[in-house]
Write a protein that binds this ligand. Structure first.
Ligand SMILES: Nc1nc2c(c(=O)[nH]1)N[C@H]1C(S)=C(S)[C@@H](COP(=O)(O)OP(=O)(O)OC[C@H]3O[C@@H](n4cnc5c(=O)[nH]c(N)nc54)[C@H](O)[C@@H]3O)O[C@H]1N2
Ligand SMILES: Nc1nc2c(c(=O)[nH]1)N[C@H]1C(S)=C(S)[C@@H](COP(=O)(O)OP(=O)(O)OC[C@H]3O[C@@H](n4cnc5c(=O)[nH]c(N)nc54)[C@H](O)[C@@H]3O)O[C@H]1N2
Ligand code: SF4
Ligand SMILES: [Mo]
Length: 662
């Protein structure tokens, strides 16, 4: 029997493989034997016809690809990097890479090539939470675990549809509910998660800051905040208090679109709940005020002292399987490695550790700005930016300017492949090994379950061979992921609060390691948390007469993003269609739209074709298109949060045209 970990979402469920069968690992602390359908179906994704297996090369994207060799691809990329100024080389990575893949790519780019433009699709996903945590608690650190819900009285799910996106966590929620946990869902859509909630709050799109501010204001007005904690452990109380008290509660209610009755019903539950967890995902992070939304949410936990105590705290639900590992290693252009930045001291420590003098002291360009940057070499690995970045028509034009685009992918059908000059195949989940950190700091080892094709390398090997070809043979001489993990463990000691060096690589499949369990205090230099007064500035795109609908986008339970792994797996195609557009019954009646009608949805930036699904999950004037429609980002706007540079995917103004009646 081989023990491994699911390669899909941030819950990080343990799996077992024996006699060609995959099941949940009953001794894994996260899932205790259960798996969702995606997790259980992963063997099928290994066998898909769309697996990518031959290296391809072409001079111009107008030419046909020709089959190349792995060696030719690596030497062509290395030659181009050598002749390119370092600041014109960028790496676009993914929260789905393993920690060892990340480590090598980061070490190569930041440590040796000397470019800090190494960023990941996590920029589109968790960047606002990273900045929010850093500002308020002092580090990108999730201060509680999923199982804390079993000690909580109230769980608030804000902009998080766990029933579809974190399925096994959602099952835990259902279990905890039986033992008395109350659940409040705050979401503009009446989601699958909202259906089983005790209270559903149909928040106005973008209204979260007003909602959380109103909670904080009431805590202050009714003197329900933790006075001792505020006095001894927090900065910024007076400014927050003055700011909040200067606002009218009515305006805040208007801002979040809730009635007085709805808020009071919620707030009386809030007041009587001793232990509270607020969990959030894309409805908070993906916003032109994503960081401020995070800060307003975290404020409520700081004021009430409901943090660093069992059953309490702000729980950011990371989406991808190893976005956390990536953040820990340093896979964002705004950090160097192991949560260290680009200050002189950090650069000195890391330079000494890596034996290099090449580290630059400026933050690099982040993922959401990479295509418009001045790059001559862009290496994209384990992600599909043409699919996932907002305002796709613009991105298709921008990427064509880059002289060398390299795509490393395990499947053949990404949307980015059309724009690549060199394509290198990588071994996918099930054929490689390495570690990943789930959303609550649990590190589990992924294991090989099947054979690895001879000429297909794992992502870490591809980066290592590139480094060696660039002349860094001694510095990149690893026989296996274990050696990389152990070097990373040594490096993590450069940061005093990181304790992953206590893990044993060989045991990580059987015995996952949870790092950071000893941290029970703020990680700021003063060991105090920071409150911030923030306000809803309504910066998202507004609807107009021409584009009168607000488009919301998001996940469906059995599909994974662009669908290269999931869209053609038979068992995953039954639950919901890949391409549909939810429209409210009132809008449908007004426009004579029926289920199945073909629609063209357009924004000022582009359009797509979809089919109508009349549903009371969405309100009048709002529509929902799942991201399993790989054209979704032709519609979306590219507004970014000014601090985290995360996109505001969820709120784009669109129009609907009915093409023909079914
Ligand atoms: N099945 C499946 N699971 C996945 C993934 C997948 O592709 N498929 N992807 C993984 C990844 S990478 C991620 S990041 C997570 C994402 O996990 P979720 O964030 O739970 O997924 P979404 O469907 O994007 O849900 C975002 C919710 O925010 C709501 N929302 C939109 N605007 C607002 C707003 O202004 N305020 C509030 N409060 N809510 C708003 C939307 O209606 C939606 O229900 O899922 C992970 N899990
Ligand atoms: N409109 C809208 N857009 C969004 C979002 C949204 O909510 N709405 N969400 C955003 C978020 S949160 C995220 S995380 C992104 C996700 O966006 P992407 O990361 O682009 O989505 P995936 O389809 O998961 O892409 C992963 C790629 O890795 C490839 N792959 C699989 N296994 C391997 C492997 O082992 N090695 C290599 N090298 N490649 C492999 C897959 O074939 C696939 O092409 O989308 C973002 N875009
Ligand atoms: S919940 Fe996430 S980690 Fe668990 S089996 Fe499902 S996809 Fe995999
Ligand atoms: Mo994500």
């Amino acid at each position: 029997m081989i023990k491994s970990v699911c390669g899909y979402c941030g819950v990080g469920c343990g799996v077992e493989y024996e006699s060609d069968k995959l099941s949940g690992n009953s001794s894994h602390p996260i899932n205790k034997g259960t798996l969702c359908l995606k997790g259980a179906s992963q063997l099928s994704s290994m066998g898909l016809d769309s697996r990518f297996t031959s290296p391809l090369i072409r001079k111009s994207i107008d030419d046909e690809f020709r089959v190349s060799s792995y060696e030719e691809c690596i030497s062509t990329i290395a030659a181009k990097i050598k002749s390119t100024p370092k600041e014109r080389v960028a790496f676009y990575l993914s929260g789905q890479l393993l920690t060892e893949d990340y480590y090598i790519a980061n070490k190569l780019a930041k440590g040796f090539i000397g470019t800090n433009s190494v960023d990941t699709n996590s920029r589109t996903c968790m960047a606002s939470a990273v900045v929010g945590y850093k500002k308020s608690i002092g580090a990108d650190f999730v201060p509680l675990r999923m199982n804390d819900i079993f000690s909580a009285n109230l769980l608030i799910l804000a902009g998080a549809n766990t029933a579809e996106s974190h399925v096994i966590f959602h099952n835990k929620i259902k279990k905890a509910k039986k033992d008395g946990l109350r659940v409040v869902v705050v979401d503009p859509r009446f989601t699958e998660s909202a259906k089983s909630a005790d209270i559903y709050l149909p928040i106005k799109v973008g209204g979260d800051i007003d909602f959380f501010n109103l909670i904080s204001k009431r805590l202050i007005e009714e003197e329900l905040y933790d006075k001792e904690f505020v006095k001894n452990k927090l900065n910024g109380f007076e400014a927050l208090k003055d700011g909040l008290l200067s606002l009218k509660s009515e305006d805040m209610l208007n801002g979040c679109g809730l009635t007085n009755k709805q808020f009071e019903e919620f707030f009386s539950l809030y007041k009587e709940s001793q232990n509270i967890i607020t969990a959030w995902t894309m409805g908070i992070n993906q916003s032109s005020q994503g960081v401020d939304k995070n800060l307003s949410l975290i404020n409520t936990h700081l004021l009430s002292g409901k943090i660093f105590k069992q059953g309490n705290g702000p729980l950011s639900l990371t989406g991808q399987p190893n976005a956390m590992g990536g953040r820990e290693v340093g896979g964002l252009s705004t950090m160097l490695g192991v949560h260290l930045g680009f200050d002189e001291q950090s650069i000195e420590k890391v330079s000494k550790f890596w034996h290099t003098k090449n580290i630059d002291n400026k933050a690099g360009v982040c993922a959401t700005q990479m295509l418009e940057g001045d790059f001559d070499v862009l290496i994209i690995c384990h992600t599909d930016p043409i699919y996932h970045l907002p305002n796709r028509n613009k991105n298709e034009t921008l990427i064509k300017r880059i002289p060398l685009v390299v795509e490393i992918n395990a499947y053949d059908n990404s949307q980015t492949s059309e724009f690549a000059h060199i394509r290198i195949p990588a071994t996918p989940w099930g054929e490689k090994e390495g570690t990943q950190t789930n959303l609550d700091r649990t590190i589990t080892k992924q294991q090989k379950l099947g054979k690895t094709f001879k000429n297909i390398k794992a992502d870490w090997e591809i980066f290592m061979h590139l480094a060696q070809e660039l002349g860094y043979k001694k510095e990149f001489d690893y026989k296996n992921p274990k050696e990389i993990f152990e070097e990373y463990q040594q490096m993590s000691k450069l940061n005093s609060y990181m304790d992953m060096s206590e893990a044993s690589y060989d045991e990580l499949s059987n015995k996952p390691f949870v790092w950071g369990e000893k941290i029970k205090d703020f990680l700021t230099p003063s060991k105090k948390g920071n409150l911030f007064f923030v306000q809803n500035l309504n910066l998202s795109e507004a609807t107009t007469d021409e584009y009168p609908f607000l488009l919301l986008t998001g996940r469906t339970r059995d599909q994974w993003h662009s669908g290269t792994k999931s869209a053609n797996v038979t068992s995953l195609m039954k639950y919901k269609a890949l391409n549909f557009c939810e429209i409210s019954p009132r809008d449908a009646t007004r426009m004579s739209i029926r289920d199945g009608d073909k629609l063209i949805v357009s924004s000022i930036r582009g359009s797509l074709t979809t089919s109508a699904l009349v549903s009371s999950s969405v309100r009048e004037g709002e529509i929902f298109i799942p991201i399993s429609n790989s054209d979704v980002n032709y519609l979306t706007n590219n507004l970014l949060d000014p601090e985290s540079l995360q996109p505001d995917y969820n709120h784009s103004a669109v129009n609907i045209e009915v093409v023909y009646k079914k």
